[in-house]
Design a binder for this molecule. Sequence first.
Ligand code: N2P
Length: 341
Amino acid sequence: MNLRACFSLSLFVLVLSQPARAAEELNLFGWSEYVPQAVLDGFTKATGIKVNFETYSSNEELLAKLVAGGSNYDLVQPSDYTAEVMIRQKLLAPLDAAKLPNLKNLDAAMRRQPHDPEGRFTVPYMSGTVGIVVNTEKVKTPVTGYRDFFQPRFKERIVVLNDSRELVTWALYSQGAPINTINAANLAKVKPVLAEWVKLVKVFDSDSPKTALLNGDVDLGIVWSGEAAILWNTDQKFRYTIPAEGAHQFIDVLAIPASAKHKEAAHQLINYILRPEVSKLISDAFPYTNPNAEARKLLSAEALANPASYPPAGAKLETFRDIGRAAADIDRLVTDLKSAR
Ligand code: N2P
């Protein structure tokens, strides 16, 4: 073998003996009906990083899986109050702001909220409210609050979120009680109220409560605002109202678990989602309140006028806070009441 052939052969052997570079991927655990597949596909096209996407329909489900360990998630999407729990339990990794230049696109008011005062661990994804949606072709009388909503005449005509903290909150509001003070006295106060309410509900659904309304299976619901916004876009007979007694406002965030194996890729996906044109795609598919000021400039006048996505100023809105162990008491109470109905 001449020298040249020998060199080529050794180069060939060298290349073959290199360990194959693992294809880059990351594991996203996010809410159902919230992250368009087109956005994940666009990210893969732009970066070559494959996204494995698994969904959940409650903060409790997310928290339980993360606490149990062994799940390999690289990016999660808790609501503000659950991010607060995760920060307290040291389940989240601090973010590297240098890797997130698109943070500048966010409305500054949406960052540094009480769940993460320095914005070290979380980046707002979408914000929203929980309110009443009514099929006005079927329900002719105004339904302005929780007490009008849970009426015997609406028995078997109701869909609500399948979410214990939400249900207890509505009952607390109906009694004029504070929503973040969960103690035995307040739970005793709402127990008989909820016992009656759960008997009126036909469908509990946190994934896609719009479906039962669209199908005509039910005539009214208490749902995530983005679900109500989709209903409005489909047919304006579906009207959204922020309950007069007050309503839950959430900021859902992106965060990287402390145990994540692909933190670099997770930062890349966060930064990609913060691109105005990408964030607009999310709003187009799931019209919640967009916290990205640059993306909002790209939204149509019609999208910005959707009363569920952008509620009127002056509504009484409150965020949830970390309530520690009382969360388990809420869960037990609601589970027991549902099984007794
Ligand atoms: C998406 C639900 C997101 C709102 N399906 C819950 N915070």
